[in-house]
Design a protein around this ligand. Sequence first.
Ligand code: G4P
Length: 194
Amino acid sequence: MEQLKRKIEEEGTVLSEEVLKVDSFLNHQIDPELMLAVGEEFSSLFQGEGVTKIVTIESSGIAPAVMAGLKLGVPVVFARKRQSLTLTDNLLTASVYSFTKKTESTIAISAGHLSEDDNVLVIDDFLANGQAAKGLVSIVEQAGAKVCGIGIVIEKSFQHGRKELDELGIRVESLARIASLKGGKVTFLQEVRS
Ligand code: G4P
């Protein structure tokens, strides 16, 4: 997605060979116009899949997921990372290990928001090692629902998340794929279009 790649080039900051800071439009301040365009892109990519619900994870997955839900005309459920006062019983959970933060956490969605008739599109802001997306897939499957695709805003293709998700046999679409952050510079993957 060219608009997203330009934004990353203009406003992204390479913090290390592994971490890209995009706080001005995705992870802290949010650019609504760009998020709408991201939602439109996900909608056109997954239009034919019969999506009934979108599942994401707080906090930075919510903006792109809501815009995709708006365009696809389906509700959006976000997994919580912290306990909630109102979300107490009948929780579906998954344990997620963050290689970046070296922490294990439990993510949860209330079983009442997913049914076995659901055909779910999973959306997240970043794909690094794929653990968050795999946790979301596990929760959807615990509900007896199907995952028809995974939509990622920014994929760091030099980490192993993409491989992990491809191994699940689920369609993965990333709107910007980063091949390297070496030399303080963002290099996108050269994609061969057929
Ligand atoms: P994984 O799910 O792909 O295995 O990712 P990992 O545990 O490594 O990432 C932990 C957190 O760091 C996630 O957000 C993820 O989106 C984010 N992250 C990973 N790599 C980058 C990066 O290069 N740049 C930025 N900006 N974020 C990255 P989180 O802590 O859950 O944050 P939030 O969703 O609450 O904002």
